[in-house]
Design a protein around this ligand. Structure first.
Ligand code: CMC
Length: 393
C-alpha cells in the first residue's frame, strides 16, 4: 500500500538536488562545480579544490591565501584528544579510531555544533578539513606505536600530512615534493563523488539536524565497507594474493564464476560504465611515484597492469562494462608512499571530508530540505494476537 516506488539500492532514485559534482557514467566524466577532474588534478591543489567545493567558485589569489590561512589556523586538535586515542587497543584498526575520534570532536567544539548559524557552519567545515589530517596521522602513529607529531603550519596541506605521518623525533625528515604532490592529487581525486553511499549517509544523518562532526563520523562508518572506501585496501590485498602474473587467469576465472563469490576488487562501478576518469589520472600518478622512488619494477604493479590488460580484453568484463576504478591503482601508490593497507580507507576519508561537508552544507542551506525518511515494502506477518508464553510451542 502507499504511493511510493520500490527501489532497493536507490539505483533510480534521486535523493536531492545538488550543484556540487556532476558525473556522466557513460562518458566517463567527473566535474567539480563544472570543472573537469583532469584539469583540477593537473593544475590545481587540494585546498583550492576544497574552496571550490565549499564556495562554488575557484578562489582569487587573495581568497585562496585567506582560506589557506584559516584552514591552517585550525590544524591543532585539543590536547585532551590525545588521551582519547590511548583508550583504543594498540592494534585497533585506524578506521575504528577515526569513527570514534571524529565523532568525539562534537564534544570538543560545542560552538560549531550550532548548525543554524552560517558562520558556525563555515567554522565547523574549516575545522573538519583542517583537523582530519591531524587525526588521521595520529591514528597512524598510534597504530605503529610512534609518538604523535604536531602539525607544521609552515608546510602545505599534503606536505604537513606526510610530515605528521612519517617524521620521527630521532631522525631528520624532509618531505619529498614529488610525493607530496602525488598525495595532494590523490586527495583531489577523492574529494567528492556526488551521492555515493557515505555521502548519502552524511546527508541522511544531517537531515535530522545532527551536528556536522557526528554526521561526518557516520560517513566514515559507511565508507569503511569493502564495497565502498575499503575497496583500495581490498584491491591491494588481492594483488598481493595473486602475487605473480602466472596466477592471473585463475583469479579471472573465479571472478567470472557465478558460484564463486570472489570479485576482482578495484573493478566495476555503479555509475561509471565506460571508464573511471579518476583511474586514468591515478595510473599516471602511480607511475610517477614508483619512478621517483626507484620502484619501477614493483611486482604488484606488474600484476596490476597485466590484470587490467586481460580483463579489458575479456568478454565477461567487456559485456558487463567492468573497468578498473580509482581504487585499483591508488592502493599501489599509497603503499609506495609508505602507508600500510589499514590506512588506505583513512586517507580516503580524509580527502572525502570536504565533499561530505560541502554536501551537508548544501543540504542544510536548502529551504526545501526535509528529514530523510525512506519508505519500505513490508513483507512480514499481518496483524496477529499476542500469545502467553505457556501456550507457545
Ligand atoms: N568482478 C567480477 N564481477 C563483477 C564485479 C567485479 N569486480 N563487479 C560487478 N560484477 C558483476 C556482478 O557479478 C554482476 O553480474 P550479474 O549481472 O551477472 O549478476 C554485474 O557485474 C553487475 O554488478 P553489481 O554488483 O550488480 O553492480 P553494482 O553497480 O551494484 O556494483 C560495485 C558496483 C563497485 C559495488 C561492484 O562492481 C563491486 O563489487 N566491485 C568491486 C569492489 C570495488 O572495487 N569497489 C570500489 C567502488 S569505486 C570507489 C567507491 O566509490 O568507493
Amino acid at each position: 500500500t502507499g504511493h511510493f516506488t520500490y527501489d532497493p539500492g536507490f539505483t533510480s532514485t534521486a535523493s536531492c538536488e545538488s550543484k556540487i559534482t556532476y558525473i556522466d557514467g557513460e562518458q566517463g566524466t567527473l566535474l567539480y562545480r563544472g570543472y573537469p577532474i583532469e584539469q583540477l588534478a593537473d593544475h590545481g591543489d587540494f585546498l583550492e579544490t576544497c574552496y571550490l567545493l565549499l564556495y562554488g567558485e575557484l578562489p582569487t589569489k587573495a581568497q585562496k591565501d585567506d582560506f589557506v590561512h584559516r584552514v591552517t589556523y585550525h590544524t591543532m586538535i585539543h590536547e585532551q584528544m590525545s588521551r582519547f586515542f590511548t583508550g583504543f587497543r594498540r592494534d585497533a584498526h585506524p578506521m575504528a579510531i577515526m569513527v570514534g575520534t571524529v565523532g568525539a570532536l562534537s564534544a570538543f567544539y560545542h560552538d560549531s555544533t550550532d548548525i543554524s548559524d552560517p558562520h558556525q557552519r563555515m567554522v565547523a567545515s574549516l575545522r573538519m578539513i583542517a583537523k582530519m589530517p591531524t587525526l588521521a596521522a595520529m591514528a597512524y602513529k598510534y597504530h605503529v606505536g610512534q609518538p604523535f607529531v604536531y602539525p607544521r603550519n609552515d608546510l602545505d596541506y599534503s606536505s604537513n600530512f606526510l610530515h605528521m605521518c612519517f617524521a620521527v623525533p630521532c631522525e631528520d625528515y624532509k618531505v619529498n615534493p614529488v610525493l607530496a604532490r602525488a598525495m595532494d592529487r590523490i586527495f583531489i581525486l577523492h574529494a567528492d563523488h556526488e551521492q555515493n553511499a557515505s555521502t548519502s549517509t552524511v546527508r541522511l544523518a544531517g537531515s535530522s539536524g545532527a551536528n556536522p562532526f557526528a554526521c561526518i563520523a557516520a560517513g566514515i562508518a559507511c565508507l569503511w565497507g569493502p564495497a565502498h572506501g575499503g575497496a583500495n585496501e581490498a584491491a591491494l590485498n588481492m594483488l598481493a594474493e595473486i602475487g605473480s602474473v602466472d596466477n592471473i587467469p585463475e583469479y579471472v576465472r573465479r571472478a567470472k564464476d557465478k558460484d564463486d563469490p570472489f570479485r576482482l576488487m578495484g573493478f566495476g562501478h555503479r555509475v561509471y560504465k565506460n571508464y573511471d576518469p579518476r583511474a586514468r589520472i591515478m595510473q599516471k600518478t602511480t607511475h610517477e611515484v614508483l619512478a621517483e622512488l626507484g620502484m619501477r619494477d614493483d611486482p604488484l604493479l606488474e600484476v596490476a597492469i597485466e590484470l587490467e590488460r586481460i580483463a579489458l580484453n575479456d568478454e565477461y568484463f567487456v559485456e558487463k562494462k567492468l573497468y578498473p576504478n580509482i581504487d585499483f591503482y591508488s592502493g599501489i601508490t599509497l603503499r609506495a608512499l609508505g602507508f600500510p593497507t589499514t590506512m588506505f580507507t583513512v586517507l580516503f576519508a580524509l580527502a572525502r571530508t570536504v565533499g561530505w561537508i560541502a554536501q551537508w552544507k548544501e543540504m542544510v542551506e536548502d529551504p526545501s530540505q526535509k528529514i530523510g525518511r525512506p519508505r519500505q515494502l513490508y513483507t512480514g506477518y499481518p496483524s496477529r494476537d499476542y500469545m502467553p508464553i505457556s501456550q507457545r510451542r
